[in-house]
Write a protein that binds this ligand. Structure first.
Ligand code: MN
Length: 432
C-alpha cells in the first residue's frame, strides 16, 4: 500500500528557478513552508524554499486560484498558524498551485519580484508554538538510556503499550542558528552528600524530528487514529538539548524539567506531508513477542504507510575545527523508522483523553537512535554514559559538549523514481 502521489512528485519536473534543479534539499518537488523577511527590511511573512531562493507567498496570492489563493493569503502574516489550521487539503492546493507557477516558464516575469535570495533573508520560527510535547518513541534510545540506569530491565513495562511523553516548554524553542547558553542548575554527583549549583558539565544534544500539528481538535473530542493524518501538517528537525547532570538529579518522580527547558532548536522549514508522500513506508514490524497496539492506536493504513523513509545525520564542529577550516565531523546517521510509534499514533494518543491540540503545536519524536553502531542520537549514548570519550579526527576528544561546539543536524529523503528532498539544517553553537 502506498500514499497517493501526483504531478508535484514527478521526478522529471524542473523549475525556471535554476538553483532548484538538483538542489539536495529544496527542488520544486519539496516546497517547504517557513517565515522570512526579505533583504532590506520588511515584516516577517510566509514563504516557500525553492532552490537557493525564497518565494513570498502573500505576494503571489493573486496569481493563484480558489483554495490555493486563500492559503497563500493566509501565509502572508508573521506566523503560519492560520494556514496550518486550514488543514491538509488547503496545504495541498497551495503546493499544487505554486508548483505550476514555478515549473511553467511563462510565469517567470510575474513572479520574479516575489523571489528573494535565501542567503540575504532573515528566517523566523514558522509558527507560534502554543504547546510542545516531547515523546520517547526511539526504542533503541530508550533501551540505551534505560540500561544505564537499570541494566537488567532497561524498558519499563508501559513502554510497548503507551507512547511515553512529557509536556515540554514552548517559550524556549528557537530557530536554527541561535546560540545556546549553557544552563546552570542543581547537580549531584553519585558519591556526593549534597547537590551543588553551577554550569552543567554534561550538556548533550538529542537528534529528533518535530511533527507539526495542522488542523486542531476541540476539547473533549479525541482524534480517531484513522483521521490523525489530517491533523499533521509536516515535519522539521528538532534538537532537544539536554543537561544530563541536571536531569539525573531532578527527573524522579515527575520526569524532565529544567534539564530540557532552557532551549530547544528547530530547523526553519516545515516539510509538508504531501512532499513526503513518496517516502512513506510501512511501520516496521514489532519484534516477536511484543504486544499489538491497543485498538484505539491501531489502523491498518497507518501501519502500512505511517512511517517515514527519512535519513537523519548529526555533525559536530568544534571551535578549533572551525579555526582550522576543517569540515564538520559526522557523529551519527540513522533512519526515522527507529520510531516505535507512528506520528499518527502520537497525535491520537495525545488527544485520546480529550486534550485539544492546536495548529502549530509541536510534537517531538524523542531521540532517534538506529540500534546500529554509528546510529546513536545523543552523546550520552555515543560515550556510554560519559565513560568512553569519543575522539574527533583532529585529536580532540568529547564526552559531552564544550563551549564553542556547534551541533549540526540534517535530514533527507530519497527513493528510486523520485526527486530527493531535504529538511535543511538544524544547527546551533554552545556558548558559556
Ligand atoms: Mn527529547
Amino acid at each position: 500500500m502506498t500514499v497517493e502521489t501526483d504531478f508535484t512528485h514527478d521526478p522529471s519536473a524542473t523549475s525556471w528557478v535554476d538553483s532548484a534543479n538538483g538542489h539536495p534539499h529544496f527542488p520544486v518537488q519539496n516546497l517547504p513552508l517557513g517565515v522570512f523577511s526579505p533583504p532590506g527590511g520588511g515584516d516577517p511573512r510566509g514563504g516557500m524554499a525553492i532552490g537557493d531562493m525564497i518565494l513570498d507567498l502573500g505576494d503571489i496570492a493573486g496569481l493563484l486560484e480558489l483554495e490555493a489563493a486563500n492559503a497563500a493569503r493566509l501565509a502572508g502574516g508573521a506566523t503560519l498558524n492560520d494556514l496550518l489550521a486550514r488543514g491538509s487539503d488547503s496545504l495541498r492546493a497551495l503546493r499544487q498551485g505554486v508548483f505550476k507557477l514555478l515549473t511553467e516558464e511563462g510565469n517567470k516575469r510575474a513572479i520574479g519580484p516575489a523571489l528573494h535570495k535565501a542567503a540575504d533573508c532573515d528566517l523566523y520560527l514558522p509558527v507560534t508554538v502554543g504547546d510542545y510535547t516531547d515523546f520517547y518513541t526511539g526504542i533503541h534510545h530508550a533501551e540505551n538510556i534505560g540500561s544505564l540506569f537499570r541494566p537488567d530491565n532497561p524498558l519499563l513495562p508501559n513502554y510497548k503499550y503507551v507512547p511515553i511523553g512529557y509536556h515540554g516548554r514552548s517559550s524556549s524553542i528557537r530557530l536554527s542558528g541561535v546560540d545556546v547558553k549553557r544552563p546552570s542548575g542543581q547537580t549531584k554527583a553519585p558519591d556526593a552528600d549534597a547537590p551543588s549549583f553551577g554550569p552543567s558539565k554534561r550538556l548533550d544534544y538529542e537528534l529528533e524530528m518535530g511533527i507539526w500539528v495542522g488542523k486542531g481538535n476541540a476539547l473533549g473530542h479525541p482524534i480517531p487514529i484513522g483521521e490523525a493524518e489530517e491533523h499533521i501538517a509536516g515535519i522539521s528537525i528538532l534538537n532537544d538539548w539536554s543537561a544530563r547532570d541536571i536531569q539525573a538529579w531532578e527527573y524522579q518522580p515527575l520526569g524532565p524539567f529544567l534539564a530540557k527547558n532552557f532551549h530547544s532548536t528547530i530547523s526553519p522549514w516545515i516539510v509538508t506531508m504531501d512532499a513526503l508522500a513518496p517516502f512513506r513506508v510501512a511501520q516496521p514490524a514489532r519484534p516477536e513477542g511484543d504486544p499489538a497496539p491497543l485498538e484505539y492506536l491501531y489502523d491498518e493504513h497507518d501501519q502500512a504507510t505511517g512511517a517515514l523513509g527519512v535519513t537523519m545525520d548529526v555533525f559536530i564542529s568544534t571551535a578549533k575545527m572551525r579555526e582550522d577550516g576543517a569540515a564538520p565531523h559526522r557523529l551519527s546517521t540513522g533512519p526515522m523508522t527507529a520510531m516505535y510509534w507512528t506520528a499518527a499514533q502520537l497525535v491520537t494518543h495525545h488527544a485520546v483523553g480529550g486534550c485539544n491540540l492546536r495548529p502549530g503545536d509541536l510534537l517531538g519524536t524523542g531521540t532517534l537512535t538506529s540500534g546500529k553502531e554509528g546510529g546513536e542520537g545523543s552523546l550520552i549514548e555515543l560515550t556510554r554514559g560519559g565513560k568512553q570519550p569519543i575522539e574527533l579526527p583532529n585529536g580532540e576528544t568529547r564526552t559531552f559538549l564544550e563551549d564553542g561546539d556547534e551541533v549540526i543536524m540534517t535530514a533527507y529523503a530519497e527513493k528510486e523514481g523520485f526527486a530527493r528532498i531535504g529538511l535543511g539544517e538544524c544547527r546551533a553553537v554552545i556558548v558559556g
